[in-house]
Design a protein around this ligand. Structure first.
Ligand SMILES: Cc1cc2nc3c(=O)[nH]c(=O)nc-3n(C[C@H](O)[C@H](O)[C@H](O)COP(=O)(O)OP(=O)(O)OC[C@H]3O[C@@H](n4cnc5c(N)ncnc54)[C@H](O)[C@@H]3O)c2cc1C
Length: 389
């Protein structure tokens, strides 16, 4: 890993901006093809990150990128097997959807900070140069030059050049925005309020628990590992940021009050003696996508291209899967000889395939999201549900 000042090479086939799951997956795939890749991330070390529940569908991808999840080294990213989802959604009766009859028979719960870090380490092992503590600021398209892009990542950081640029900066879509690409579907105001809980009591729960309420919906996961004899659990409330209950959810007291009104999750915490710790963390959870997923010699991957409502539980799967697709297609585009070397935009056969995949992904996601919200028939007088009916 290099700090911005230590990086000596400054020319690359591909620069990937953003070292989350999408960035690491894209970088690993490209590096395995022999492309020279720089992976840039602004954060040296994050303390928390939301999104820890992976469906059975994602287990193969995790194994592909991280190796055997049962190997001792996998313990570093705190992966544990999950049994399914328990949702109190269409009625006040819990519905269990068990992973037992899926292809893998289990899903995964991960410690996100450790998981993302393990993926970046795999990128380095694959030959990627990782530059942390470097924030993407701007880029310049070079014309009639061996390299298509010149990147600026802060004062005192050398300028880096690359043939191709990938935006994996998550919901911020920092590169695409710098290139003037707008976000679509910006009317969704869904916001997540997260509170961590700890208990000295044993909690072996292996289900993700989801619960609808009059003003939004909840999920909770027990987190991997026991620290100092304490088991931790994350509880997240989702509502629209402009609704009055959002203000309540943003304070520890208000959050507790809302939990007290919940049908099941509040009592699950109380039964296990869970106590809240730390402050409430907020995060945008709205569905959004870019007006263009790629352009001339650049592409957006993962949440940077399209970000999903956490109800889908598909964000990490999409990040890893589209990172793998993007890595393959960028490699083919860059290797496709002189006829394509100057045409790395939509007209490129391989890049065009990526655009099509992204459009299909969005259409499928949006119809599934609408379907799930519409199967929740209660509280038809409440704005949160009226907006989604
Ligand atoms: C409340 C909530 C719950 C969720 N729950 C789940 C879940 O249970 N399961 C699931 O699969 N998904 C879940 N998700 C979604 C999941 O977290 C995301 O889909 C996933 O993190 C996307 O990965 P990514 O690599 O595209 O982006 P990110 O993980 O956001 O990574 C982006 C990276 O870019 C870096 N970056 C940003 N700007 C710059 C810049 N200017 N310069 C340099 N670096 C930059 C950041 O530091 C970060 O490392 C949830 C999301 C939310 C909000």
């Amino acid at each position: 890993m290099s700090s911005p000042e230590e990086a000596t090479d400054t020319v690359w086939d591909v620069i990937v901006v953003g070292g989350g799951p999408a960035g690491s997956a894209t970088a690993i795939t490209l590096a395995k093809f022999g492309q020279r890749v720089l992976l840039v991330d602004e954060q040296g070390g994050v303390k928390f990150k939301l999104g820890e529940s992976l469906p059975p569908l994602c287990v193969g991808l995790v194994t592909h990128f991280l190796g055997d999840i049962d190997a001792p080294e996998a313990g570093l990213c705190g992966v544990f097997r999950t049994a399914g989802n328990v949702s109190v959604w269409a009625s006040d009766q819990p519905q269990i959807s068990d992973f037992f009859f899926t292809q893998t028979g289990f899903g995964l719960c991960v410690d996100r900070v450790a998981f993302d870090d393990a993926l970046r380490q795999k990128a380095v092992a694959a030959g990627v140069t990782l530059l942390t503590g470097a924030r993407f600021e701007s880029c310049t398209r070079l014309v009639n030059h061996t390299f298509n892009w010149q990147l600026q990542c802060g004062h005192g950081v050398p300028v880096h050049q690359a043939r191709y640029l990938v935006d994996c900066t998550g919901r911020r879509s920092a590169v695409a925005k710098a290139l003037g690409i707008t976000a679509l579907d910006t009317d969704d105001k869904l916001f997540a309020y997260a509170q961590w809980f700890a208990t000295p009591t044993q909690d072996d729960d292996c289900y993700t628990r989801i619960e609808a309420g009059p003003h939004g919906w909840w999920y909770t996961n027990r987190l991997p590992g026991v620290q100092g004899g304490m088991t931790k659990r994350l509880v997240v409330f989702h509502t629209d940021k402009d609704l009055p209950h959002a203000k309540l959810a943003a304070t520890v007291e208000g959050f507790q009050q809302l939990l007290g009104d919940s049908a099941h999750i509040g009592s699950l915490l109380a039964d296990h003696g869970y106590r809240p710790f730390g402050t409430i963390r907020g995060a945008a959870a709205n569905s959004q996508r870019l007006a263009s997923f790629c352009g001339d010699a650049w592409m957006a991957v993962g949440d940077a291209a399209q970000a999903y409502d956490p109800l889908s539980s598909q964000g990490i799967d999409k990040a890893l899967r589209s990172g793998s697709h993007a890595g393959h297609l960028i490699h083919y585009a860059l290797s496709d000889g002189p006829t394509n070397s100057g045409a790395l935009g939509h007209d490129n056969h391989y890049i065009g395939q990526y655009v099509l995949q992204q459009q299909q992904l969005w259409d499928k996601y949006a119809s599934q999201r609408d379907f799930y919200y519409q199967t929740q028939p209660r509280w038809t007088d409440q704005p949160f549900w009226q907006r989604r009916s």
